[in-house]
Design a protein around this ligand. Structure first.
Ligand SMILES: Cc1cc2nc3c(=O)[nH]c(=O)nc-3n(C[C@H](O)[C@H](O)[C@H](O)COP(=O)(O)OP(=O)(O)OC[C@H]3O[C@@H](n4cnc5c(N)ncnc54)[C@H](O)[C@@H]3O)c2cc1C
Ligand code: SF4
Length: 508
């Protein structure tokens, strides 16, 4: 009997376990653009276009490679509208009696496939360095699951930046050399941008017609949509931005949406690039003396450390993880996240570039939009949906732990040992946003005070019961408690005024 080999939009890898298991001579690959996947949250139009265009390119490459591909376009009249619906339709057409697929990166879809009314074999996704079993055994019996120790295991396992049993350069982690504020006159090289070809042109017209009302600019569209282009984008990053990646990893500058970041996460997460090959390319630059150890170690840590670690947590913690709300925050996401007017220059910069490029770098996501949502008491489910919708690299296995865990502390401390909160001082130190802001970052209270400054203390005060026992937060509470009582009252009143404005839909 023939089988169906399901390939999802983020599984565009020729070495995918389902393709390895399938038999070109008798099985049919099923790929489908379905409305259910494009709209279960209202994804950014650039993200939808990227996935569909890359799927069409990948299907053509599979056919060239000798596969029979049953490909369904979004506008096909007999499109069943869902992945399972398409599998059933194709099974009937081809006479196939079972499905082989690689595990999706989302519990929602795993659940649908597990309960599909056709025999479905789900294979593990071995495009990651650590299997579920490996992560579980690392996590077992540990009091806290800090990334750093997991990362060292991955260094040993891959041999990346290892000199025998020792880390290259004599240290595992060079972060103390990183995280410098950027001087205003630096000139980062933009990521490699690609002209849309005919396939992408058709997709852009389709997305414009069907999803033009979603938040985000579809054009200009510049993402790579094939593996060959993604490899070019990788080489471009290694040559031009990797050497300075570490130094300015956390820096933010007005008008510089990409800084020295790789902009490779969309390609890695769709399967166009493999994590190991990207890390090996970075390591080779270090070995040739083209990039310093602090940059290369920092970059490799993001991929074999953080990326693998958050995936491990997502699957370890189970399907309910994304819905956690340990701090019981309930506020609606303010309209400024959807481009509504704001006087806050940092928020405006992060949201504007998100709308334009479906991209913001880590510190913008964590310390600007994430920090503000956490301080303002926004419901983490709404925050998580926003991140899932607006970023081209967002898939639940990586988005949820970063948002619910790292950024919103809604998992109660599984990922972060304390909430990532800061006043405006951090943003001022790491960016030039405050210079052009209507608020004054040095002002702690009163009209014109930076909202981060008052909300920071409001956050600590309202979560005192839960957080004051955290040894890493002792200094913060000690500072708050030393403050004059009258001043504390003013700070809290000013913060409440900001929150009232947000609730009333007024501009903050
Ligand atoms: C609130 C929040 C939400 C996030 N949501 C996502 C998401 O939906 N998808 C996503 O891929 N990343 C997410 N991240 C992690 C990180 O911000 C992005 O991976 C990074 O900005 C991608 O851009 P880049 O390729 O230029 O990364 P670089 O800064 O150049 O880093 C290189 C690579 O390291 C990996 N990486 C770095 N940090 C992380 C991390 N924390 N988790 C996983 N991988 C990491 C990425 O693959 C990235 O391509 C999120 C971070 C935060 C704080
Ligand atoms: S003053 Fe405050 S709101 Fe304005 S840019 Fe700086 S940190 Fe952001």
């Amino acid at each position: 009997m023939s089988r169906l080999v399901l390939v999802l939009g983020d599984q565009l890898s020729h070495g995918l376990s389902a393709l390895r298991e399938g038999d070109k001579s008798r099985d049919t690959v099923v790929m489908a653009e379905v409305v259910e996947e494009a709209t279960y949250v209202r994804h950014h139009p650039k993200k939808i276009a990227l996935i569909i265009a890359a799927m069409r390119q990948f299907a053509a490459a599979l056919e060239e490679d000798g596969w029979t591909v049953a490909y369904t376009q979004l506008d096909d009249t007999d499109n069943a509208g869902s992945i399972v619906g398409e599998l059933l339709r194709r099974a009937e057409q081809t006479g196939a009696d079972s499905v082989i697929c690689t595990e999706p990166g989302e519990w929602r879809l795993i659940n649908k496939l597990t309960h599909a009314p056709i025999k479905t074999r789900i294979l593990s996704d071995d495009r990651f360095l650590a299997s579920h079993a490996e992560f579980e055994s690392w996590a077992e019996g540990r009091k806290s699951l800090r990334m750093e120790y997991f990362y060292r295991e991955m260094r040993r396992k891959t041999g990346l930046l290892m000199e025998g049993d020792d880390p290259a350069g004599g240290q595992w982690n060079f972060d103390h050399d990183n995280r410098k504020p950027a001087p205003g006159d630096i000139d980062p090289k933009a990521p490699l941008m690609f002209e849309p070809d005919d396939i992408t042109g058709d997709v852009l017209a389709l997305v414009e017609a069907r999803f033009g009302d979603h938040f985000g600019d579809l054009r200009p569209f510049w993402f790579a949509t094939t593996r060959a282009q993604a490899l070019e984008a990788m080489d471009h990053f290694i040559a031009h931005s990797l050497p300075t990646f570490g130094d300015y990893q956390d820096a933010m500058l007005t008008g510089q949406p990409f800084m020295f970041h790789a902009i490779l996460s969309p390609y890695l997460n769709m399967g166009l690039l493999e994590p190991l090959e990207v890390c090996q390319a970075a390591e080779a630059a270090y070995e040739k003396g083209d990039a310093p150890i602090n940059a290369v170690e920092g970059f490799i840590r993001q991929i074999i450390g953080w990326r693998e670690y958050v995936r491990g947590i997502y699957f370890l913690e189970g399907p309910e993880y994304a819905a956690r709300n340990a701090l019981k925050q309930k506020r609606d996401l303010p309209s400024m996240y959807w481009g509504g007017e704001t006087h806050m220059a940092c928020m405006k910069a992060a949201v504007d570039q998100t709308r334009e490029h479906a991209y913001a770098h880590h510190i913008q996501r964590l310390m600007v939009t994430g920090n503000f949502a956490l301080l303002a008491g926004v419901d983490p489910g709404q925050v998580s949906d926003w991140y899932l919708e607006v970023y081209a690299d967002a898939y639940e296995w990586v988005e949820a732990p970063n948002v619910v865990g790292m950024s919103q502390f809604a998992d109660g401390g599984v990922i972060a040992s304390k909430p990532y909160v800061s006043s405006g001082a951090y943003i001022n130190r790491m960016s030039d946003y405050c210079k052009g802001c209507a608020y004054k970052v040095s002002q702690k209270t009163g009209e014109g005070a930076c909202p981060f400054n008052t909300l920071y203390w409001h956050f600590l005060d309202r979560h005192r019961e839960r957080l004051s026992g955290n040894p890493r937060m002792g200094n913060m509470y000690a500072t708050w408690d030393r403050m004059d009582a009258q001043k504390r009252e003013t700070v809290l009143a000013d913060a409440s005024a900001v929150l009232d404005k947000l609730d009333a839909g007024e501009v903050v």
